[in-house]
Design a protein around this ligand. Sequence first.
Ligand SMILES: NC(=O)c1ccc[n+]([C@@H]2O[C@H](COP(=O)([O-])OP(=O)(O)OC[C@H]3O[C@@H](n4cnc5c(N)ncnc54)[C@H](OP(=O)(O)O)[C@@H]3O)[C@@H](O)[C@H]2O)c1
Length: 245
Amino acid sequence: MTEQLPHSPSPSPIGGLALVIGASGGIGAALLARLQLDDRFDRFDRVLGLSRHSQPALDLLDQASIAQAAAHVAGLGVPLRLLIDATGLLHGPGLQPEKSWQQLDPVQMAQAFAINAIGPALLMKHFLPLLPREGRSVFATLSAMVGSIGDNQLGGWYSYRASKAALNQLVRTAAIELRRRQPQALCVALHPGTVATNLSAPFAKTGLQVQTRDHAAARLLGVIEGLQAADSGGFFNHDGSVLPW
Ligand SMILES: NC(=O)c1ccc[n+]([C@@H]2O[C@H](COP(=O)([O-])OP(=O)(O)OC[C@H]3O[C@@H](n4cnc5c(N)ncnc54)[C@H](OP(=O)(O)O)[C@@H]3O)[C@@H](O)[C@H]2O)c1
């Protein structure tokens, strides 16, 4: 059943390619499924998901794989109208969000920045030039509210927070360059809310409002639909509101 979305969407792009990068992740897979199946969003000629496990494979730590994936997309002959980057890293083997500066570790910090900031920047480098010069198109990357410096009241999670803050700055900077080249193209950062995925599972607290993956995907697509050209370079919550830097 289609969910009630918080927006009255403006006309969405008709035709072209919708691409989800990080399609193997909790939110990425839900976004891909929504784009493929939901009537409301079935407005693209083609929907494609890429990940480290897809063909072609895309690994954020391997720039050549990003360049090859971009060449593959360019070769499809379908204009790229929507790219959602749903990659990200909060924890993993040997990597836990820091509770104190005493836990800061340069290797773990570099890992967080490589996945959460440098990888998405390389996606911008290789995929933003593929956005058509004419007509609306959107590059949206999943950031996190905890990357907001203005909203930081709790501290902790140094590497994740700082790498997402860096991502937000990269989005803003790329949006300025993009506007000069493709005035109707948008580059934005989105906070998906707390969503039940592997990324959030170890930190789920009672009382915290946790969305299902599908609900989060529907809300994010609703926010993207509602964005106007002037919103490019912004940081948006999953209800469409503007988040502080
Ligand atoms: N879940 C939440 O509550 C929440 C809250 C705020 C923000 N976010 C943000 O939302 C985004 C998606 O999160 P999620 O909850 O869906 O996490 P997830 O289920 O852990 O998915 C993470 C995705 O990132 C991909 N990835 C990690 N390292 C990669 C690499 N080197 N190259 C290519 N892809 C790589 C993973 O691919 P593999 O399958 O290959 O590992 C996976 O597709 C992240 O940016 C996260 O920070 C999530």
